[in-house]
Design a protein around this ligand. Structure first.
Ligand code: BTN
Length: 321
């Protein structure tokens, strides 16, 4: 079903603004003209504006801002129109015995998970909400902590290449544009110290949001590619580019560790050299971020000149730094 509609759209897109006859669509999709009409009606219900004119055929006038499941599924990605959370779905699949190397994406999350049990607003039509389920069996848990930095650097590189916008990585799991948050990463792991059962990497990227798409509490501190560039981005194409680079970079990380990524991360970061605050046992630690070490920990110098090695945590919101 989805593939037939995908093929109808493919043909219509090849002739922008022009009519394609019912006969041509029926030949290409190998279904009757009556069935073409039924699928066009279904596509209209999904928000596609398709003009039908007798003796001319069909013409695609406007597409809804929706992910294209057909394009995603041909790349082995599991698509859901709506989920509670892609991280939760990945966990359910992992617990049910799914093999690794799974990618789950959804148009909308009803209970998107942010860090520290926060909700991650994930409305339909504007963002990319997806999770990778990995089972790097030969890899020990104690070596895995820099994976979030690797993922952040990979996304940053793709965004810079595709949009030419100066995206930056903020230790440990955020991407910023113009000082505002554009992407968050939530990494969850199940395993023993010397063995990973599964690893879930959840990524939320704000793509075509206008300010009203953000909860009012985030309007000042969050941004989107649309807000920064003034143009809308094809989310399916963007996602497929992100995924290609993520797969290459993660393979390299599981083979060679953080070393090849540390210089890249340092090139992209807006954290080093800045004053930062981080939650610390016994209060808030404040100081200057000096360096990221070989396993992704942040070295911070406080106002007394004492150096601290921070292995996990969250730097205060950008507006407060
Ligand atoms: C953060 O707090 O910065 C991390 C946000 C991570 C959000 C993404 S959206 C896709 C995936 N599924 C979730 O439920 N959360 C992550």
């Amino acid at each position: 079903m989805v593939n037939i509609r995908h093929n109808i759209l493919k043909v219509l897109r090849q002739s922008p603004g022009l009519f394609v006859s019912g006969g041509e669509l029926s030949r290409f999709t190998r279904i009757s003209r009556a069935a073409v009409w039924k699928h066009v009606t279904a596509l209209r219900r999904e928000g596609y504006c398709i003009e039908a004119r007798s003796r001319c055929g069909y013409r695609l006038m406007e597409e809804p801002d929706r992910l294209r499941p057909g394009d995603l599924e041909t790349k082995g990605v599991v698509y859901h129109p709506v989920l509670d959370s892609t991280n939760l779905e990945a966990r359910r699949l992992a617990e049910a015995g799914a093999a690794g190397d799974l990618v789950i994406i959804t148009e909308e999350q009803r209970r998107g998970k942010g860090r520290r049990e926060r909700l991650w607003a994930s409305p339909p039509g504007v963002g990319l909400w997806f999770s990778l389920l990995l089972r790097p069996r030969e890899f020990a848990s104690w070596h895995v902590s820099p994976v979030t930095l690797v993922v952040a650097a990979s996304i940053c590189r793709t965004l810079r290449e595709i949009t030419s916008l100066p995206a930056a990585v903020k230790w440990p799991n955020d991407l910023l544009l113009g000082g505002r948050k554009i992407c968050g990463i939530l990494t969850e792991l199940k395993g023993e110290p010397d063995h990973i059962d599964y690893l879930i990497i959840g990524i939320g990227l704000n793509v075509n949001h206008v300010p009203a798409d953000f909860p009012s509490s985030l309007r000042e501190t969050a941004t989107s590619l649309y807000r920064e560039s003034g143009r809308r981005w094809d989310r399916t194409d963007l996602f497929l580019s992100l995924l290609e680079n993520l797969k290459t970079d993660l393979e390299c990380f599981f083979r060679e560790g953080f070393a090849p990524f540390r210089p890249v991360w340092k090139e992209y970061t807006c954290t080093l050299g800045k004053r930062v605050k981080v939650a610390w046992p016994g209060g808030l630690l404040e100081g200057t971020a000096l360096e990221v070490d070989g396993v992704g920990a942040l070295l911070l110098e406080d106002d007394q000149g004492t150096r601290h090695r921070v292995t996990f945590g969250e730097l205060d919101d950008p507006a407060n730094i």
